[in-house]
Design a protein around this ligand. Sequence first.
Ligand SMILES: *[C@@H]1O[C@H](CO)[C@@H](O)[C@H](O)[C@H]1NC(C)=O
Ligand SMILES: *[C@@H]1O[C@H](CO)[C@@H](O)[C@H](O)[C@H]1NC(C)=O
Ligand SMILES: *[C@@H]1O[C@H](CO)[C@@H](O)[C@H](O)[C@H]1NC(C)=O
Ligand SMILES: *[C@@H]1O[C@H](CO)[C@@H](O)[C@H](O)[C@H]1NC(C)=O
Ligand SMILES: *[C@@H]1O[C@H](CO)[C@@H](O)[C@H](O)[C@H]1NC(C)=O
Ligand SMILES: *[C@@H]1O[C@H](CO)[C@@H](O)[C@H](O)[C@H]1NC(C)=O
Ligand SMILES: *[C@@H]1O[C@H](CO)[C@@H](O)[C@H](O)[C@H]1NC(C)=O
Length: 311
Amino acid sequence: MLFSARNLVLGLWLAHVSSCAYNATVCGSAPYTSPNGDLNFNANAWNADSQGFSCLSVQTSPPAFDSTWAWSSNPNQVHSYPHVKFKLPDLPVLLSNISALSLSAQWSMGPGSTPLPALSVDISGLADADTTANVAFDMFADPNPANAQNETLAATEIMIWLGYVGTPVPLGFSSKRTCFNQMLGTLEFILYQGKNSRGTDVFTWMATTNETSFSAEISPLLQYLWRNGLVPSNSSLGLVEFGSEAYHSESNVTFSATSFDAELVTGAAPNLTIASLPTACSDAGSARRQGSWLLSRVSILGILGYVLYLI
Ligand SMILES: *[C@@H]1O[C@H](CO)[C@@H](O)[C@H](O)[C@H]1NC(C)=O
Ligand SMILES: *[C@@H]1O[C@H](CO)[C@@H](O)[C@H](O)[C@H]1NC(C)=O
Ligand SMILES: *[C@@H]1O[C@H](CO)[C@@H](O)[C@H](O)[C@H]1NC(C)=O
Ligand SMILES: *[C@@H]1O[C@H](CO)[C@@H](O)[C@H](O)[C@H]1NC(C)=O
Ligand SMILES: *[C@@H]1O[C@H](CO)[C@@H](O)[C@H](O)[C@H]1NC(C)=O
Ligand SMILES: *[C@@H]1O[C@H](CO)[C@@H](O)[C@H](O)[C@H]1NC(C)=O
Ligand SMILES: *[C@@H]1O[C@H](CO)[C@@H](O)[C@H](O)[C@H]1NC(C)=O
């Protein structure tokens, strides 16, 4: 069974790779919207300079895209975020009115201008090109529903990193593990928190493994934030996107995405068992703002858990 499912996935991918019959290619910041209007693609070179480019080629059915880019300047800055935006009719939606949000995607990344086979990452080829990039879902939220649908106006950005190459760091990162974490099934996500230059509160959930084939109901990651008071509980979710933040590469890199989807079920958020904020942190960076509040939530279990973690 597994074997044939794998062959099917491989077959679909090879069809995708070999046909190379794209319906559209966009570069820079010009968007392309799929014929039925539910997907919006953007090469999103929002921080472009003269030493690079970002292009994105779309196949509309089944939806897939390949993005070829290179940025040889500053490796510490994101230059582009080639991505697909899911035009879900129920957005914006109150965070507390998200019954479920299922996200899925498959991806590959390698050097050069053509896509790699399914679910593969050419680590040594990307290292040769000195590539720094992540692969991530990106979401925006704000108490004002209209602002939640605008990347630059939204008060809160919530990222889920499925993987990375090179050493990109999320805002609020320190070389130490932070103390906020949440499981989705068997996958562990570590939370980082920082502010970007616009003052947006950015929360990054980083998978502890590279997930080239991801499918999960991610509302626990959202509930963790608003039930613990990190994000205002009256915020609405306005945008859901999937792509790759491109920081740096000396030569062309191609990121490919397929089997991506977002399914939102509205209705009162279920009372999930959400871990409370930890009582102590190896990295003060992400907990500092909540410090005094954290201490009021000290529990024997929390301390025990932390001691066990230290061991
Ligand atoms: C997309 O491209 C495929 C393959 O060339 C073609 O069959 C299909 O009609 C195109 N779809 C649209 C909406 O242009
Ligand atoms: C959201 O809640 C905050 C308090 O946490 C309040 O100041 C703000 O007015 C509320 N915004 C809306 C749109 O309800
Ligand atoms: C987002 O807000 C900015 C600042 O008000 C505005 O310039 C931009 O056009 C808005 N974007 C969209 C997609 O509405
Ligand atoms: C993902 O793979 C890259 C390249 O091998 C590696 O540097 C990175 O540490 C991996 N990330 C995780 C979270 O394991
Ligand atoms: C890099 O990609 C661009 C855009 O696809 C292409 O025009 C260029 O020829 C590629 N460069 C190399 C060295 O393959
Ligand atoms: C929550 O979702 C339900 C089901 O879609 C909808 O009927 C209701 O109006 C929503 N409530 C709020 C406060 O948005
Ligand atoms: C969650 O728990 C609260 C407080 O106990 C309750 O008011 C609410 O109806 C519950 N919600 C759901 C979806 O079960």
